[in-house]
Design a binder for this molecule. Structure first.
Ligand SMILES: [Zn+2]
Length: 314
């Protein structure tokens, strides 16, 4: 069976921890745009300056890097819940946020919410919901991996308390236990597809059968741990093979993310449909990236992800 060629958006992927091969493979698989949420980076940060440089790379270098593979890069800005627990540092990070949240390509405040549901997490979650209102940006919510059901309900309650319309909030990392409530309450319901644990691809097919495609979003959350930057196209193919309609797959793996984050006014389809081809001579602060071996020599599919021979130095 031939599958229709669809376009994909991966609306939750931490590209700073991925390689150029990943970008090339994503482009070859049909990913036209990615959204990179600001998050924890594995090693806890000890100085506000490292947050500043991280945010700067999300709106700067990473955006450029993606462009060199024909992918449009957007991001969300926020203080993650884990690092909210270092309160003195968190205060300084909060001061920094408005400066970055207003930059081009920032489509939401996020990912924010709860990790262990501590007092400090709650405080900075609320502060950032107010920031989202001030900046007129949607919100991306990270739900806790432990105590998920309670944490997810509570996250939605807090958004409502701050008067944020559910249609402007994406609740991420859902599962079978949380999905119904999120949809019933009118929030966007995103699912992270990890290769082995948590939400697997086939479970997503079953969820799509049960709940349809309205307000459902599929993402990879790929980062430095075991994860798959091709989770969105792979899940899309699996859904198509299992009889989910192309229109529903298009909604879950492309259009819904565009609708949700399009409310920022910072992402629209014309960004990639009308885009010029990759300019391999483009530089970022005087530095090039492709080193003469990138997409200009034959498209992203030869940039390194697939055939070994293109990586052999002759
Ligand atoms: Zn994430």
């Amino acid at each position: 069976m031939t599958t229709p060629k669809l376009r994909y958006i991966d609306p939750h992927v931490h590209m700073v921890s991925r390689t150029t091969d990943d970008y090339a493979a994503m482009a070859a698989a049909g990913v036209v745009a990615v959204i990179e949420p600001a998050f924890w980076v594995g090693q806890p940060r000890t100085e506000v300056g490292t947050f500043k440089d991280y945010f700067a790379s999300l709106v700067g270098f990473e955006r450029f890097r993606a462009s060199q593979f024909g992918i449009k890069h957007y991001c969300t800005i926020g203080l993650n819940s884990k690092e909210a627990n270092n309160e003195a540092l968190a205060e300084e990070v909060i001061e920094l946020l408005p400066r970055f949240a207003g930059k081009e390509g920032v489509v939401a405040i996020g990912e924010i919410g709860y990790d262990e549901m501590t007092k400090a997490e709650e405080k900075f979650f609320r502060v950032q919901l107010e920031l989202a209102k001030e900046m007129d940006l949607p919100v991306m919510i990270h739900t806790p991996h432990r105590n998920k059901k309670v944490g997810t309900s509570r996250s939605m309650d807090v958004c409502m308390e701050h008067g944020i319309p559910p249609a402007r909030v994406v609740i991420d990392h859902n599962n079978e236990e949380t999905c119904k409530e999120v949809l019933d309450r009118g929030f966007w319901c995103a699912f992270t597809i990890y290769p082995k644990t948590k939400m697997g691809n086939m479970r997503m097919v079953d969820l799509a059968r049960k709940y349809g495609s309205e307000r459902i979003i599929v993402d990879s959350s790929a980062d430095w741990g075991i994860s798959d930057p091709l989770a969105v196209p792979k899940t899309a193919n699996l859904m198509l093979e299992n009889g989910i309609s192309a229109a529903a797959v298009d909604a879950m793996c492309y259009r819904n993310a565009l609708l949700a984050y399009g409310q920022s006014g910072q992402i629209s389809e014309s960004d990639w449909l009308d885009a010029a081809t990759i300019d391999p001579k483009r530089e970022f602060e005087g530095n090039s990236l492709l080193r003469g071996g990138g997409p200009e020599t034959g498209g992203p599919e030869t940039a390194g992800q697939g055939s070994a021979d293109v990586r052999i130095i002759k």
